[in-house]
Write a protein that binds this ligand. Sequence first.
Ligand code: BES
Ligand code: ZN
Length: 885
Amino acid sequence: MPDAKPGTVYLKDYRPPAYLINRTELHFELYEDCAIVSSRLHLLRDGSVAQNASLQLHGQELELLSVAVDDCELSAAEYAISADSLLIYAVPEQCVVACRTRIRPQANTSLSGLYKSRSLFCTQCEAEGFRKITYYLDRPDVMSVFTVTVEAQREHYPVLLSNGNLSEVRELAAGRHRAVWHDPFPKPAYLFALVAGDLSHTQDSFTTASGRQVTLRIYVEERDLDKCQHAMRSLQQAMRWDEQVYGREYDLDIFNIVAVDDFNMGAMENKSLNIFNTSCVLCSPEITTDSGYQRVQAIVAHEYFHNWSGNRVTCRDWFQLSLKEGFTVFRDAQFSAAMGSPTVKRVEDATLLRTAQFAEDAGPLAHSVRPESFMEINNFYTLTVYEKGAEVVRMMHTLLGAEQFRRGSDLYFERHDGQAVTCEDFVRAMEDASGVDLHPFRNWYAQAGTPHLTVRDEYDAVRQCYTLHVQQSCPATPGQLEKLPFVIPLAMGLLGAAGNLPLRQTGTAGDVETSDNTHTVLIIDQPGQTFVFEGVTERPVPSLLRGFSAPVRLHYDYSKSDLCALMRRDADGFVRWDSAQVLAIRVIEEVERQLFTGAVPLVDPLFIAACDDLLRNESLDPAMVAEMLRLPSEEYLAELASQASGANVDTIHKARNIVRTALGSALVESLLARYHSLDSVLAYAPDAEQIARRSLRNTCLSYLVSAGPHNLELASRQYELAGNMTDRLAALKEIAFYGAGGLRDSTLNSFYQDWRHEALVVNQWFQVQAEIPDSQGLSRVQALLAHADFELRNPNKVRALVGGFTNQNPVNFHRVDGTGYRFLGDIVVALNGLNPQIASRLLTPLTKWRNYTGRAELMRAELERLATEPALSPDVFEVVTKSLQ
Ligand code: BES
Ligand code: ZN
């Protein structure tokens, strides 16, 4: 671990590379204690950039065995090695630099570079892992054609994979064998991949629109061969969809996916050799929940879509990360919407954004979609770069319309194919293709913070005239005190007694044409603006931010009856859901105030009646009813409270439970009726209709259990009879959370005994227990750390147990004695040395310390303790120091 304080890298310091690497030849010899990597880099100096004849290559944790230039081995006087580079004092303008290095994949616990996941050799090179494999220009604007030779013992590593096409296989002496792979597409080193191990595969094919046949393979352990079907189908759907919606065809004859157990992220888009966390590829009805199925479909598609948005056109530097990630998240969201329920998908995305990204944007680590500086790039794979970045692309789609947006993406791919480019290049292609001026829109890339939109209205009954006054503002964020106005598409309509009203706007400059005259998109681009609608025959309720048309905080003073009206009758599904959420938040906040003043808590009957209507209305999509009945999470309630006077986790927890119980008790009849009518005898399928039914049925179960312990009977029966993991886990969760000790323990035990051989299920078992909100929450998790199946080195297990606790068990994490914080601090210290990326990500909940009334000091104290730890990784150091500033 470097002792020196990590430096800060600035976007403004970007310089093009002094050398190109036209060709890269790599040779791997894999052994049981090390790997020997030999490279031949065909370099060409760019005279317009190079200051002199020296060459500096990136490299970390490498043991250099030899280095040669044009086949002449260099003496020690001709180069210098530091902790993260190899400096060769002079090389010719055009030359071949060859290095031999020894690395130790077996000792690599950071899961970055070449490492071993159980018996498998695999790589993870994004963002800067390649430099842990060999000395290189490890930056995304250096693109090279790779030829890779892999040699290993045949018995234990029968499968040898890398990017591109297999060009040679050969048996070698002493039971070893060799495979040579050649990737014809130039790529940056972060897209390099290598896999060697004893894997089985399933195979299928895809015929592209132009008639080329592509072989598709998913490599897994033999025991998981029966869990690949859904991922394979998702891949085929994604390939077809990208042809139909973006005109993008796949470009090689082979596409491989490999599943590995130990992986820091969900999956990685290496050219033609995607590497996946097992949790993001394996599916079967018995072990995977509906949301698991949906996640696999979305991630398979996401990584596939990167083949164009990321690989063929890549990022110039890591400040441009959102160029590929924001755009690709937008593309996978469009795909998921098309494969399932678009409104439910939008609700899920808006919830994630509002709960977690808005919090990031309001906290000490706030940064823009295109950050200006970083210490450790791994800390910038954030909700802002990903989710807000996707919203920024989505807003361009809204502003341009689908057709012009497609022209823009066509131009972008055509203009920049084979290049490493910037967010600016993306916006310019959109502008050039559509003729729409996006100049002021660019503020979304440069400015951090979530804009507030405050809306007031007036109705003039005599002139039948309705006026909206819209104001925007954006709070200061670290390093950005003043903000320029954002360009905000505000999708809206007006709701009257009999439905949405036709819109006739005075002076229509600035609005976006839509075919339906009850819907429009107002363009908010000034600090204050007024919009007037004529011929409005009654006082309407405004339906605002339809479809969550922009990532902003909307403020409009709705009455409860306004909300009920929108919830029941607005044409926009997102607004109907959002109105139910806002109403629920109001009702919970009322109970919080009653708790605070010592009054008897009363849950507004208006809310209960509205929920009853939803439950009884069988013409509505059950998936949407489930979403509308779902109470806002404690995390989101805390985020909202932090915007006002600060969050009190205990009151939030209590008040939310009171509302839950009141709803459950008042609606027992409707809940039971719906619970039983949604039962199904169909064989499990992860299709939208079945998923919707299970979602609402399990929501009913949860409310029924909250209504009284006698309903745990229902949960136990469901647990016993469940034919799939969705229903089984939903029931288990109710029993684990609310069952008496005996029932809880016996059910958890039998679940473990039934599934102990399936690591992904054991993780779900860890997570359910991590989330139990009773008074034993912390000691239970501490005990599970010592469970035989827990491993600190496996990120999935850490995320399930530790992440489940710190993110989904607020009353226990925020224990008033601070032991929850200390628990997290201790884990972070342990992981800091093993896997800095995971250590740093786990820290996120502590960085929100300023939000918590009565806890801020304790949380800060834990961060301060971490700050004094010796040998902090740059990852943890950056998060700790920035969140204390
Ligand atoms: N390129 C990333 C994976 C990655 C991120 C590698 C950070 C190294 C460091 C990949 O395309 C990605 O974004 N994966 C997401 C899933 C996706 C559906 C948003 C992930 O792994 O969580
Ligand atoms: Zn991605």
